[in-house]
Design a protein around this ligand. Structure first.
Ligand SMILES: *Cc1c(COP(=O)(O)O)cnc(C)c1O
Length: 386
């Protein structure tokens, strides 16, 4: 018997995690302190980048990325419609213009050829940047997008919230981890409880660019610096200068301690996610009514989400709820959100995204999902489709 409800995603908190947080509560630092720096170092090592900046959440990370790339009024930035709204909202925070471009029908990520033809229709400089999203954990081939961005003088933010630990194989046969900074100028991650690593709330920016890194570190604490090299004057030990208009986007040491503890189990979590996905695939691959995710050889998928495509989606969704299974829809296309419709976006603009949305369903996937719970989910779905 399955007693509790089965959500699409949830955190896994161990005794070790709890100990790490309690230790921090007993230390001198509650908010940003040594645990934040430790988490940043461990995360940068895991991802394989030079710099990592911990922040209050993934949305704050996106906002600061847009700021350090100097997004200004009217700047056009390309974003896919199938992602969490924060991916495009960061451009609006800086008064930039969001230009949606459709997804690829196979990977469900930004369609390279469509971006290419969109760019070709306009003079160089017309678009300032692009934000590819590693949807569900599918590592986008950023080498291709980088070539295009360079050709048109554009910057690139990788929204890698779904993909810590995922990678693609580049044209030289090298594995490129999501967020490693080899192609995107900046990448962002989230530590919301449904994501791979949970901090409660939390975010991270990764980059290999020292100048962007320096500015991010100042912007996350009000634009204030105590670095003598950056100050105009120096009145003594208390002295600091506000050199930029920043925010309070700090992560706390309590959250960072949890993050570091969670990160130490990232490989095990990824392994379990892949096991669960293999089981789903085995159960559904040959079913005529279910389309399972397609993953090419060149992609090591991060599997934040397991998304199937199915015709009778709403009926299945409603049925699963009655069986105490809580699937989710990722995502309602952002261009159809009332807020974005005021800019002229409308139904019919992005047929692939809209068709995808009509049929997508995210099934329960998280390391603590038990085998018998997954079997229950699979049997309920197969029952319904009979
Ligand atoms: C979760 C998420 C975000 C935002 O992260 P928060 O930490 O919730 O602010 C941004 N983009 C994507 C794709 C996400 O899944």
């Amino acid at each position: 018997m399955i007693k509790k409800k089965i959500p699409y995603g949830r955190q896994l908190i161990t005794d070790e995690d709890i100990r790490a947080v309690v230790e921090t509560l007993q230390s001198d630092f509650l908010t940003q302190g040594p645990k934040v720096a430790e988490f940043e170092k461990a995360f940068a090592d895991y991802i394989g980048c030079k710099y990592a900046v911990a922040l209050a959440n993934g949305t704050a990370a996106l906002h600061l990325c847009a700021m350090v790339l100097n997004v200004q009024k009217g700047d056009r930035v390309i974003v896919p419609p199938i992602t969490f709204a924060a991916s495009s909202n960061c451009i609006r925070y800086c008064d930039g213009e969001v230009i949606f471009s459709d997804i690829d029908p196979v990977s469900y990520t930004l369609d390279f050829d469509k971006v290419k033809s969109l760019l070709a229709k306009h003079p160089k400089g017309y678009f300032k940047g692009m934000i590819p999203v590693d949807l569900a954990g599918y590592a986008v081939d950023l080498e291709k997008f980088r070539t295009l961005a360079d050709e048109y003088g554009m910057w690139m933010i990788e929204d890698a919230c779904h993909a810590p630990g995922a990678y693609f194989t580049d044209s030289k046969g090298k594995n490129q981890r999501c967020g490693n900074g080899n192609f995107a100028d900046l990448a962002i991650f989230s530590f919301h409880p449904v994501k791979h690593i949970a901090c409660g709330e939390g975010g991270m920016i990764t980059t290999n660019n020292k100048d962007l890194y320096d500015r991010l570190m100042i912007l996350r604490t009000h634009g204030i610096t105590k670095d003598p090299a950056l100050m105009k004057e120096n009145h003594g030990g208390w002295y600091m200068e506000m050199v930029d208009l920043g925010y309070n986007y700090r992560l706390t040491d309590m959250q960072a301690a949890l993050g570091t503890s969670q990160l130490s189990r990232a490989e095990a979590g990824m392994k379990r996610r892949h096991e669960l996905v293999d089981k789903y695939n085995k159960s559904f691959n040959d079913h005529p009514k279910i389309k399972t995710p397609f993953v090419p050889q060149s992609v090591f998928h991060g599997y934040h989400l397991y998304i199937i495509q199915i015709e009778n989606r709403k009926a299945l969704y409603d049925y699963l709820l009655t069986q105490d299974i809580i699937p989710q829809i990722h995502y309602i296309p952002t261009h159809l959100m009332p807020y974005y419709q005021q800019f002229g976006w409308k139904k019919g603009d992005f047929p692939v995204s809209e068709a995808y949305y009509e049929r997508c369903l995210s099934l329960p996937l998280y390391p603590s999902l038990k085998d018998e719970e997954q079997d229950y989910v699979i049997s309920k779905i197969l029952d319904f489709l009979k």
